[in-house]
Write a protein that binds this ligand. Structure first.
Ligand SMILES: Nc1nc2c(c(=O)[nH]1)N[C@H]1C(S)=C(S)[C@@H](COP(=O)(O)O)O[C@H]1N2
Ligand SMILES: [Mo]
Length: 257
């Protein structure tokens, strides 16, 4: 079962719920229904529904994809360029064959994915523009496994609302982490990327695996990902704001572009 079809089902179930709810409300309420005030309330509800549908559609839209002519000559790096730990150095020396990404939390089947697992199976390649809040952009070609495949394989539970990504690097004692909601997690361009511009992902850009979440700013694109957790709430993770920079410097949790 594809996670996308599951979401379609959820959305449809939600709409059916609304319709059923409205029908229930209206059953035997002819007098009320004729009241202009009540009709106004009903149409307000419809407006709100249309508005949230529009927002959802916008969130689902694809980020612009570019052609290979547009590629930046160099895809620069930012933040951590080399995680400072003996374990990471050993993993890198070993070409990351022992790297594992734990997929846990609100899932039916916790997973431990190797780099080989991420590289096999369905892949997507896309050329997109990365925008950093610090005022630079770069266009790069990314290849990776769509995150929705991983979440489908793990059997994400209905109670999950966010996906948290934990990284191998730290700022002082504080590990880098990020989180996104399910709209972005299930978006077709959201990837666990292991290739940049046709070569293995360089260490400076997050080797062996980093997140691409193309509708958001650079700091959301967690590098050096070693754990993925499905959660119902971001409270209790880090300082509770949903990411390293959100906790440290009040960066927006939703950094849409
Ligand atoms: N683990 C980790 N992920 C991270 C960062 C970091 O320091 N550590 N920096 C973020 C920021 S601010 C940006 S702009 C991008 C930079 O990605 P790049 O190094 O491939 O350019 O990674 C983001 N993800
Ligand atoms: Mo950034």
């Amino acid at each position: 079962m594809s996670i996308l079809s599951r979401r379609d089902t959820l959305v449809r179930a939600g709409q059916a719920g609304l319709v059923a709810g409205a029908a229930g409300l209206l059953a035997g309420c002819d007098a009320l229904d004729r009241s202009p005030r009540f009709r106004k309330i009903l149409s307000l509800g419809e407006d709100m529904h249309r508005h949230s549908q529009r927002l959802l559609q916008d969130r689902d839209a694809l980020a612009t994809e570019y052609s290979s002519d547009d590629l930046s000559p160099v895809f620069r790096s930012n933040g951590t360029r080399l995680p400072d730990s003996a374990d990471y150095a050993a993993q890198a020396a070993n070409k990351f064959v022992d790297w594992r990404i734990a997929v846990t939390g609100l899932v039916a089947r916790p997973l431990s994915l190797s780099l080989a697992d991420i590289r096999s199976g369905p892949q997507r390649t896309q050329i997109t523009r990365h925008d950093c809040v610090e005022g630079w952009s770069a266009i790069g070609q990314w290849t990776g496994m769509p995150l929705h495949r991983v979440l489908a394989a793990a059997g994400i539970r209905d109670t999950a609302r966010y996906i948290v990504f934990r990284c191998a690097d730290r700022f002082g004692d504080t590990p880098y982490y990020e989180s996104i909601d399910l709209v972005d997690a299930l978006h077709p361009q959201t990837l666990l990327a292991w290739r940049l511009n046709g070569a293995a992902l360089p260490i400076a850009n997050g080797a062996p695996v980093r997140l691409r979440v193309e509708r958001q700013l650079g700091y959301k694109h967690a590098k050096y990902v070693n754990a993925i957790e499905a959660v119902a709430s971001l409270g209790g993770i880090g300082r509770g704001m949903g990411g390293y920079w959100e906790d440290a410097s009040n960066y927006e949790w939703y950094a849409g572009i």
